[in-house]
Design a protein around this ligand. Structure first.
Ligand code: SF4
Ligand code: SF4
Ligand code: SF4
Length: 402
């Protein structure tokens, strides 16, 4: 009987999927099995859009089409929790399986706590993540560092700290990610600071770290993270969709070591981003960011992209906001940002969507990550995990200093 915390090397028992999917195609097989058996109505995943730099969400209802979502896209920076909340009505009517990076999974957890996503209708298939790269800058990186026409690139892969890129004519080149990042390229800045690489808040956490021995490169390491995940894996195994093997002990240690190394690297980037200001008060931090806020053109892009911002009637709208917001001034009063901060910052998962879309290049994810870290210090609340409700949004009324 499969139980929570169990770990496996898994591969698809379907040769075609094992071939098309990454690392034995286990994730693709699980998704296909869930659809085929009617356990879910649809699978929400990511597929390549116009090109390698264009990751788009895809809702799949035909089990034979699941294979379209196989493989990872490091130049894709979507947050699928937003898609679930906004476009699938928080999975209120439809049962779905969704592939989630740690920041998607943590955001899903926060949306579940805020009753914006129905947990009974969602199965989260977690994917390890070491970072994603901004599409436009990645095209530039291809020209500048790889000396490739960005459109000629057909494959990319991150392995052993290097970004390996292949063009249509089979030319391959690899560059250490550290070297790219020292020059301002590589992973998004929020990803560099990200400390959660294995999504244990999902139902299953899947990846290639720790697969060694004869199955190296040919199987996926799966950690069972919830009773729901255990049930899914048990059923998939019983149905013959997956071959499961116990992982090699040394492989488990290697996976843990890789995770620890990624956390250390994230700490290094946090130190670099916040220099020696880690202990500063929120007020002094926000004061420092006022010049950044003054570049805001009030386009609402950050609010639209943020998966935690979901109010139907947003108080930031000029026509219905309080006085200090309603004057239509550009830049808006800093209260525009502080009001949004009150609504989302305790649940901010450092997903980077806000910063990604900001036309004024305000380092929004960096700002809100710093404030979120203060919330953690002051309230002991760790976003995206556990069952505790966000402390400010659910502050008990009887403790309000009225
Ligand atoms: S924020 Fe973390 S989980 Fe999200 S894409 Fe970046 S590295 Fe991956
Ligand atoms: S504020 Fe930015 S980084 Fe935080 S959850 Fe919203 S979009 Fe993600
Ligand atoms: S995306 Fe940038 S410019 Fe637009 S409202 Fe947000 S902070 Fe202002």
């Amino acid at each position: 009987m499969i139980e929570v915390n169990d770990m496996f090397y898994a591969k698809s028992s379907d040769a075609a999927i094992a071939d098309a999917g990454e690392y034995g195609g286990a994730v693709t097989s699980i998704l296909k099995f869930l659809l085929k058996e009617g356990i879910v109505d649809a699978v929400l995943a990511v597929e390549e859009g116009a090109d390698l730099y264009d990751a788009v969400p895809i809702l799949i209802e035909d089990p034979d089409k699941v294979v379209k979502s196989a493989g990872s896209i490091h130049f894709g920076t979507l947050n699928l929790a937003k898609v679930v909340e906004k476009y699938l009505d928080g999975a209120q009517d439809m049962k779905i399986a969704v592939t989630v990076k740690p920041c998607d999974a943590m955001t899903m957890v926060e949306l579940i706590k805020r009753e914006r996503v129905n947990p009974d209708n969602v199965i989260m298939i977690g994917l390890n993540c070491g970072g994603t790269m901004p599409p436009v800058k990645s095209r530039e990186m291809m020209e500048k560092f790889y000396e490739f026409d960005p459109d000629s690139v057909v494959k990319e892969e991150i392995a052993k700290g290097k970004l390996i890129v292949e063009t249509a004519d089979g030319t391959e080149k690899e560059i250490p990610i550290d070297d790219l990042e020292d020059e301002g390229f590589g992973r998004r800045t929020n990803c560099r600071r990200c400390e959660i690489n294995i999504p244990t808040m999902a139902d299953l956490a899947c990846g290639n770290w720790g697969v060694i021995g004869p199955l190296a490169g040919k199987a996926t390491f799966i950690e069972v993270c919830s009773p729901k995940g255990a049930e899914v894996l048990e059923k998939a195994k019983e149905a013959g969709a997956l071959d499961l093997e116990e992982p090699i002990e040394k492989g488990i240690t290697i996976r843990k070591n890789i995770d620890n190394a990624m956390v250390k690297l994230a700490d290094k980037w946090q130190d670099a981003d916040w220099e020696d200001v880690k202990g500063r008060e929120i007020f002094s931090a926000l004061t420092e960011y006022l010049p950044d806020f003054s570049r805001c053109i009030k386009c609402y892009g950050c609010r639209e992209a943020c998966p935690i911002c979901y109010c139907d009637d947003c108080c930031l709208e000029a026509h219905n906001g309080p006085d200090w917001l309603s004057k239509g001034e550009i830049p808006p009063s800093p209260m525009f940002h502080l009001e949004r901060m009150i609504h989302m910052v305790e649940s901010c998962t450092n997903c980077g969507q806000c910063e990604e879309v900001c036309p004024s290049e305000i380092p929004l994810a960096k700002i809100w990550h710093e404030v979120n870290a203060k919330v953690k210090d002051n309230f002991g609340y760790v976003k995206g995990t556990g069952e505790n409700k966000p402390p400010m949004g659910f502050f008990p009324m009887d403790k309000m200093p009225l």
